[in-house]
Design a protein around this ligand. Structure first.
Ligand code: KE4
Length: 423
């Protein structure tokens, strides 16, 4: 199937990470999901720790989500016009995230962050954007930029097709480097339109923000009139009901959301302070639009999902399971002499072939990616599907049972016991 796919789809995949390039081997083609499991073309089952990169927080084919989607679909798939459900979702997001006065719905995280950046530039009349090495915010042009050669030198394209003239308006700093951020604001302060950050980094594997990092971003953006954008596409309703901003008690000026809020269907959002959001067309001169924005069927999946995550104890339960997995894997690895660590926040986790969890991009790069590859394939063969990259976070759903997790820990134990050269 993979060979056949490559005849019609570049690399045989519709998103690069799915091609298994960083772990080698042949990607699995899934045909259905059920609760905590996925089933491939050969009907082999896998415990799913990717959860569609975080979206499937309730597990696959949750009956209440499925029935909401079926009901909505029977009433029409798309109207390209306002619907009551879009107002219900917008109101719910603003209720759950007090930092958001109003919000616009879009269809992907990339659209959300691309729009938020354009808005920050339109609102401030400035061009310069700050992002951090190792953070991923989707694939819009201003975000596919890597750090300049020296410290505080303006960015260069990290992808083909990005004009250097555009990339130079993005400054890439080190995640958790408080001094670096202070120096950047000192040097570029009144040119900075905004700072976009993953408040818990999940795209270089899971990296937690240092105590002062987010507070420093908040203070400097306030002092210099720059827009602080928390990209919570991954952390939003994944780490807790008040997202990462509630977890750390910091209000950004704007927030981007995705994944969980769509319950697996294409739904994302950008929102924030009213004075900023009022710059968006048709109120203001920052244009943004979308044929399927606020799609009624996607809204049905998202609203059904967000209803269920609000149930008492949902996130405590989820985090307990994620921590159980992390502790079990760490214990199995370390007892067999492997340099291994793991950590969980809410329903997302990081596994590292390194003695301690990395605190920044450079430390992430020290993880033993070769051993991760061996771990990944041994677990895949045994029916446990982790993200096919050492530099991605893992996810757990409410459908994962403790037995599922014990099964995964036992499989890992077998790998660590059998694998020679444990360090
Ligand atoms: P999408 O355009 O893929 O919906 O969202 C982009 C995005 C924006 N911001 C954050 C913090 C994200 O994590 C993402 C997407 N995350 C990746 C996982 N590393 C999606 C998987 C993929 O690219 O196929």
């Amino acid at each position: 199937m993979f060979e056949h796919a490559q005849r019609f789809i570049p690399g045989g995949v519709n998103s690069p990470v799915r091609a298994f390039r960083s772990v080698g081997g042949t990607p699995r083609f899934f045909v259905r999901g059920q609760d905590s499991r996925l089933f491939d073309l050969d009907d082999k089952s896998y415990l799913d720790y990717v959860c569609s990169w975080g979206a499937m927080i309730l597990g696959h084919v949750h009956p209440e989500v499925l029935s909401a989607v079926q009901k909505a679909a029977a009433l029409g798939l798309s109207f390209g016009a306002p619907t009551p459900a879009s107002v219900e979702m917008a109101e719910l997001l603003c209720l759950l995230l007090p930092s958001m006065d109003c919000v616009r719905l879009v269809s992907s995280g990339t659209e959300a962050t691309m729009s938020a950046i354009r808005l920050a530039r339109g609102f401030t009349g400035r061009d310069l954007l700050i992002k951090f090495e190792g953070c991923y915010h989707g694939h819009s042009d201003s975000l596919l930029v890597k750090a300049g050669s020296g410290l505080l030198t303006l960015g260069h394209p990290s992808s083909g097709g990005i004009p250097a003239d555009l990339a130079k308006h993005t400054l890439v700093l080190d995640y958790n480097d408080v001094e670096g951020v202070e120096a950047a604001f000192k040097k570029f302060g009144d040119q900075i339109a905004g700072v976009i950050v993953e408040p818990i980094a999940g795209n270089m594997n899971l990296v937690l923000p240092g105590r002062a990092f987010l507070q420093t971003l908040r203070k400097l953006c306030t002092d210099y009139g720059a827009v602080l954008i928390f990209d919570e596409v991954m952390t939003g309703f994944r780490v807790g009901l008040s997202c990462a901003q509630g977890y750390f008690g910091i209000d950004p000026d704007m927030t981007t959301l995705g994944k969980v809020i769509g319950g697996g269907l294409p739904l994302a959002a950008f929102g924030g302070r009213r004075d900023i959001m009022e710059k968006v067309a048709p109120l203001g001169d920052v244009y943004q639009a979308g044929t399927l924005s606020g799609n009624p069927v996607a809204l049905a999946a998202g609203l059904a999902t967000l209803k269920l995550v609000q149930l008492d104890g949902f996130y405590d339960e989820l985090e307990k399971k994620a921590q159980h997995l992390c502790e079990g894997l760490t214990d199995a690895a370390q007892r067999n002499g492997f340099a291994f660590s793991a950590q969980a926040v809410g329903g997302m986790f990081g596994l590292y072939f390194r003695k301690t969890p990395p605190k920044n991009y450079a430390e992430v790069m020290e993880c033993d990616a070769e051993t991760f590859k061996r771990f990944f394939h041994a677990m895949l063969l045994d029916g446990h599907y982790f993200a096919p990259s050492a530099f991605e976070s893992g996810f757990i759903s409410a459908a994962h049972s403790n037995n599922d997790i014990e099964e995964t820990i036992a499989a890992a134990e077998n790998f660590f016991k059998a694998a020679t050269g444990g360090r």
